[in-house]
Design a protein around this ligand. Structure first.
Ligand code: ADP
Ligand code: MG
Length: 447
């Protein structure tokens, strides 16, 4: 290959990356090799006529413009086609949803048998999500279709998806179930359009399903052609009453994908998973320790649960680190040794030692009240504000849930706590003097 031809082609690729986007370039332009410039024809080699057709239709004009600039004369784009597949392409059937197509070997064994409902600890943060997930396994394609699960990293979305798959397999042994990450879906699709002989396989893989579980759908963002194909698959499955389950790290409206996809993602049922509360974290740690055959002292469990709050994967990782260390070094399993093992993992959290008792005590003192005053049912203005401040501080400085906080204030409802929190929060924003007063109380609590 002529060096200058390669250089010029690189400029074409760079230019197109800017104008048509990286995904299309990866899909259609990267597989192209420049061959030669002969008089005024610039010849490129393409894997098959699917590529030349696409380039001719969509980018020939743009490419010729770039070439014209580079060579300061009119240049025509010519093609050398490595493999003629026109005939094969005309044979790609449109895919019927035949119930009797055997379970393709491609879709076997992608379910992780460890991720089951049995092993999924249910708490306030995920109760609704896991309930709906279980409902899907009893009545697939009927009630919640699609089921859209969203939540932050490491909170159990993937676990729930596999649990649905595993349970469906039990309830409906003949079901064709596919668990796939969105990235895998996109790469399967790219394979299929670049090499149309694979299109049949692709279509049969994704359309002849009874349940499609697609994980991390946020990876569709910025992939236009994959979005389009997913839209079609979604419709095919949904129209024939097949179950679709989607997991995402954000709610539908925050997904920057085509509007029509967003609206379909809202058709069924949407559930979110929140960060687990203390009780749930403790239950998860106990369960995982038991599964690994370890008896972990309660204070150690409490300690780990108090340090790692917002990611269950990290919670597990930390437990594993501790148990492996203990196992391999024969260290005694005590809180002190665990603190040493985790010294460099855990950032000392200045809020960790703040207790609700301390908060109530400091607030009561500040307003010349007793702690009991904060807990009684009376609603006089004199008591209401300090009580709301104490609730606000409990919510900001501890990891107690609003329900737990309500309990420590004489059995008040969690909505009362939320209301107090919002009110004080707003007042702090509006009133600098008040805000300073609260910050002074926070300092005293932390001392
Ligand atoms: P996500 O997909 O939301 O990022 P995963 O499903 O991969 O999170 O969960 C991370 C790890 O935490 C997995 O090992 C999973 O088994 C575990 N996990 C998450 N939620 C729970 C739960 N409620 N009970 C038990 N284990 C959980
Ligand atoms: Mg996941």
């Amino acid at each position: 290959m002529d060096v200058s031809v390669a250089d010029v082609w690189k400029k074409v690729v760079d230019n197109l990356s800017l104008s048509i986007g990286q995904e299309s370039v990866n899909l259609w332009i990267k597989p192209v090799t420049p061959i030669s410039l002969n008089e005024d024809t610039f010849t490129i080699s393409v894997p098959n006529n699917f590529f030349s057709q696409w380039i001719e239709k969509n980018q020939q004009f743009n490419i010729e413009q770039i070439l014209k600039k580079e060579y300061s004369k009119d240049i025509k784009l010519g093609y050398k086609i490595e493999k003629d597949i026109s005939e094969q392409m005309s044979k790609v059937p449109s895919i019927p949803t035949h119930p009797d197509i055997p379970v393709s070997s491609m879709i076997k064994d992608q379910l992780n048998s460890k991720y089951t409902f049995d092993r999924f600890i249910v708490g306030n943060s995920n109760r609704f999500a896991s309930g709906c997930a279980e409902a899907v396994t009893k009545n697939p394609g009927k009630q919640f279709n699609p089921l859209f699960i969203y939540g932050g990293v490491g909170l159990g979305k993937t676990h729930l998806m596999h649990a649905i798959g595993n349970e469906l397999k039990k309830n409906f042994p003949n079901f064709r179930i596919l668990y796939v990450t969105c990235e895998k879906f996109a790469s399967d699709f790219i394979e299929a359009i670049r090499f149309p002989e694979k299109m049949t396989e692709f279509k049969s893989k994704y359309r002849n399903l009874d349940c499609l579980l697609i994980d991390d759908i946020q990876f569709l963002v910025g992939k236009d052609s994959s979005q389009e194909e997913f839209f079609n698959i979604f419709n095919t499955l949904k129209d024939s009453g097949k179950q679709i389950v989607i997991a995402s790290d954000r709610p539908q409206d925050k997904l920057e994908v085509e509007e029509r996809l967003i609206s379909r993602f809202k058709w069924g049922n949407t559930v979110d998973i929140q960060a687990p509360d203390t009780e749930t974290r403790i239950a998860i740690l106990k369960k995982k320790a038991a599964e690994e055959g370890f008896t972990v002292p309660d204070d150690v469990i409490m300690f780990i649960a108090s340090q790692i709050k917002s990611n269950i994967r990290e919670l597990e990782g930390t437990l594993l680190r501790v148990t492996s260390f203990i196992k391999f070094t024969n260290t005694p399993f005590t809180l002190d040794s665990v603190k040493t093992i985790l010294k460099d993992v855990i950032v000392p959290d200045e809020n960790a030692k703040i207790t609700i008792d301390k908060i109530q005590q400091v607030v009561a003192e500040q307003y010349s009240l007793t702690v009991k005053d904060l807990k009684v049912k009376k609603r006089t203005a004199q008591l209401a504000m300090p009580r709301q401040i104490a609730m606000y501080l409990a919510r900001s400085l501890t990891d107690m849930s609003t329900t737990e906080i309500g309990d420590t204030f004489g059995g008040r409802d969690h909505t009362t706590v939320m209301h107090a929190y919002n009110k004080i929060n707003k007042k702090m924003e509006d009133d600098a003097f008040f805000s300073a007063q609260i910050n002074k109380i926070i300092k005293m609590i932390k001392e």
